[in-house]
Design a protein around this ligand. Structure first.
Ligand SMILES: Nc1ncnc2c1ncn2[C@@H]1O[C@H](COP(=O)(O)OP(=O)(O)O)[C@@H](O)[C@H]1O
Ligand SMILES: [Mg+2]
Length: 325
């Protein structure tokens, strides 16, 4: 069952030097119990896209879409009040940095209870019981004691678990996570990912998981959307993407994943030469062309989208055989 459907989402931000076309016609969907990873370098529009899914676009942004729906509700028509009813309740978000997103002057209990009661007015005792239940669910064992602690009394990994608990306390159908593990060390990162996978399985949660780390995508995603300069340049089920990456940008990203034993000592870690082009003003052709070894004059003027009819699509004039190194 499709939970979220987005077609041709465009986000423009007017500026002094012209309009920034930050998100340029992206389409994707998320099914119940499915993890869609959106991956790409910094500045390619991942955060703007994921925040738009919660009606949290910057005030100056102009957001348009041909379709934008969640479980049958057209999100384009929601008032701010209706957004507030949905957000935190059926659609929720976990952010990158729990230290700035958890209000330091409230206890964990007060924070969790307040989120719950915003959507479920009723006795405080019931909200407290739910807070304990959800803390246990995210793997915090001495949940009752934790309720009385303040965010600064917890380790980074525990704080991120509390963030996840806040996102889950109302039992959402869809969780949007924007680089939620970037600030954590690798072991804690893996623990959190395993936890999210368990929750997906146990609660049938759909997830949009944003990251710049393709290594993490390989372990975690069901489907992947590779974003570059405001467009999804390739999308496929995760195994298919790694088995047959078709867009030169996807292949460049995959080549940047450090492989244990394969990286020569002293060799520079892979980074794609060049920078993401400016998206201010009119745009034409493929935005990756200046960094692509296979670009031809055709790439300056036109885009071509190819798909195999089984969920693998990419935006390049050339097949992977034609662009193989
Ligand atoms: N509030 C804003 N005002 C102006 N420009 C913005 C704003 N938010 C994002 N941008 C610009 O939009 C582009 C995409 O940003 P973002 O979605 O944050 O990228 P990512 O999350 O992939 O790193 C960047 O060029 C960024 O500078
Ligand atoms: Mg971002």
């Amino acid at each position: 069952m499709t939970l979220l459907n987005v077609e041709n989402l465009c986000i423009d931000i007017p500026g002094p030097r012209g309009t920034l076309h930050a998100v340029r016609g992206v389409s994707f969907h998320v099914d119940k119990g499915e993890i869609l990873c959106i991956v790409g370098e910094s500045g390619c529009g991942k955060s703007l896209t994921s925040h738009a899914l919660l009606g949290l676009s910057p005030r100056v942004a102009q957001v348009e879409a041909a379709a934008f729906s969640f479980d049958g509700t057209d999100l384009r028509r929601l008032s701010e009040r209706q957004w507030q009813g949905l957000r935190g309740q059926r659609l929720s978000m976990i952010f990158q940095d729990p230290m700035t997103s958890l209000n330091p002057s409230f206890t964990i209990g007060a924070l969790l209870i307040e989120v719950y009661r915003r959507h479920h007015p009723g006795p405080r005792g019931k909200a407290r019981a739910r807070a304990i239940e959800i803390l246990r669910k995210v793997g915090i064992s001495n949940a009752e004691e934790r309720l009385d602690q303040y965010p600064h009394q917890l380790s980074g990994g525990l704080r991120q678990r509390v963030m996840i608990a806040m996102g889950l306390i109302c039992g959402p159908d869809l969780l949007i996570a924007d680089e939620p593990t970037t600030a954590l060390d690798v072991n804690i990162q893996l623990q959190i990912l395993r936890l999210l996978q368990d929750l997906k399985r146990d609660m049938g949660l759909g997830m949009v998981f944003v990251t710049h780390d393709l290594g993490l995508v390989a372990r975690f995603a069901d489907r992947v959307a590779v974003m570059y300069a405001g467009r999804i340049v390739e999308t496929a089920p995760v195994a298919e993407l790694f088995a047959r990456p078709c867009h030169p940008y996807t292949r460049a990203l995959i080549n940047c994943i450090p492989a244990p034993g394969k990286t020569r000592p002293g060799a520079a870690l892979g980074a794609i030469p060049g920078v993401v082009p400016s998206l201010v003003g009119p745009q034409a052709g493929c935005a990756f062309r200046d960094r692509c070894a296979h670009a031809t004059p055709l790439c300056q003027t036109r885009l071509e989208r190819r798909h195999d009819g089984a969920g693998h699509a990419y935006e390049c004039h050339y097949t992977p055989e034609e662009t193989a190194a």
